[in-house]
Design a protein around this ligand. Structure first.
Ligand code: GLY
Length: 416
């Protein structure tokens, strides 16, 4: 079986690593990175080059394509591949609107009574500003479209709310993603990520996780794509997971069906737990990064079989079974990340750092004549499994401390 994985981050390295363990020999990755190329054949096609990817998949007789990032999903890669008879894991362009349009997602939640913080949608900055003047603070200002994880502002006073609305809607700092915005109730609580996989009819649970979004320890510093993750989430009890399935995931799947939308792929729900009840903060229609790096090493089942059943809309032949172990992933980032990452720095200690239940996932790396160098903001994701969080943390930080590159930044409090 030939499998193509699309993307170039730690998430895609974790996917490639897992499907290799599942016994897949012929793996291609577009475009991949220096770690992925040790397990798969990397092809120099960008994740949004739909024509190039389609031609490649046809030429190589790819049995299953697995899409990592959201951009090709927004561009309709699943629709294109499906129209050409190719199996591809992920939602269609229309179903991907759960992530690509926050207004779409929130209106759907409201229509079907699925718990989510209160909100209003605006397509005029003047109306949005008039509205926020009537509110007490903090409030949340969200760009409707994809904004690389930067489109959510918690405004704790009126002036920040107004400047955020103007930046998004008038100055278009996120381009068309800010043409429409949402003003949302700020809800206090703790956040967790929750992953399921759907085949269009039913869903199976994958795992829960927690993401550490801020650059520095104790949740200080700038927002990033994620500086670490743990799985399972220490904030989700079995009782809460049951509430999420019954109050959120099942009704959402029913709602989508009623709207004539078939959802296939992974659904990653950002959940706020407030007073022991779950609320939807956002949906993502792909695996999270770095959450996936903490989740996939825990999976015992054959992931390829699950992803193939999802892509083909078949009954799941098996569910996802997880090891009892806890996964902790620590991201090592370049100096200057997330503003202006410094690249081209040699990374040392990689070979010695891995080991049993310790995985070195590459993100922004490149191989220059046999030397591995930094090539992006988030450089590596180091994951360790352990029987408890303390053991996993000890293992992961032992590996992190043995990998050296000038200016590296990482958090010391992942899983604390
Ligand atoms: N870790 C956040 C995301 O994948 O969007």
């Amino acid at each position: 079986m030939n499998i193509l994985v699309i993307g170039s981050g730690g998430r895609e390295h974790a996917i490639v690593h897992k499907i290799k363990q599942d016994g897949i020999k012929n793996i291609y990755c577009a475009p991949g990175n220096a770690g992925i190329e040790e397990l798969a054949q990397c092809v120099p096609l960008k994740a949004d080059d739909l024509d190039g990817l389609l031609k490649f998949a046809q030429e190589k007789k790819i049995s299953l394509t697995i899409v990592g990032p959201e951009l090709p999903l927004q561009a309709g890669i699943v629709d294109t591949f499906t129209a050409h008879g190719l199996a591809i894991f992920g939602p269609t362009k229309q179903a991907a609107m759960l992530e690509t349009s926050k207004a779409f997602a929130k209106k759907l939640l409201k229509t079907y009574g699925i718990p989510t913080p209160a909100f209003e949608v605006f397509d005029s900055s003047a109306d949005a500003i008039d509205y926020v003047k009537t509110l007490s603070f903090p409030v949340v200002i969200k760009a409707d479209g994809l904004a690389s994880g930067k489109g959510v502002i918690i405004a704790d006073e009126l002036s920040l709310a107004i400047s955020s609305i103007k930046d998004m809607m008038d100055n278009r700092i996120f381009g068309d993603a800010g043409k429409v915005i949402l003003v949302e109730e700020f809800m206090k609580g703790v956040e967790s990520s929750y992953f399921v996989i759907s085949n269009g009819n039913t869903f199976i649970n994958v795992a829960s996780a927690r993401d550490y979004k801020r650059l520095k320890d104790n949740d200080l510093g700038l927002n990033t794509g994620g500086m670490g993750s743990i799985s399972p989430s220490d904030k989700l009890t079995p009782e809460l997971e049951e509430k999420i399935n019954v109050r959120i995931i099942s009704p959402l799947m029913d709602a989508l069906r009623k709207e004539g939308i078939v959802y296939k792929g992974v659904l990653y729900t950002g959940i706020m737990i407030s007073n022991n009840d779950p609320y939807v903060l956002e949906f993502n229609v792909r695996f999270g990064d770095p959450e996936t790096q903490a989740i996939l090493p825990r999976i015992e089942s054959d992931l390829v079989s699950v992803l193939m059943d999802s892509a083909k809309g078949k009954m799941f032949a098996e569910s996802i079974t997880l090891k009892k172990d806890v996964g902790v992933c620590v991201v090592m980032a370049s100096q200057g990340y997330p503003v202006a990452p410094r690249t081209g720095i040699t990374i040392e200690g990689l070979k010695a750092a891995g080991g049993k239940d310790t995985f070195i996932f590459h993100a922004g790396t490149k191989n220059e004549k046999g030397t591995i160098k930094t090539a992006g903001g988030r450089v590596l994701g180091i994951t360790a499994l352990g029987e408890d969080i303390k053991t996993a943390r000890e293992k992961v930080y032992k590996a992190v401390n043995s990998i050296i590159f000038e200016g590296s930044q990482y958090r010391r409090d992942i899983g604390l």
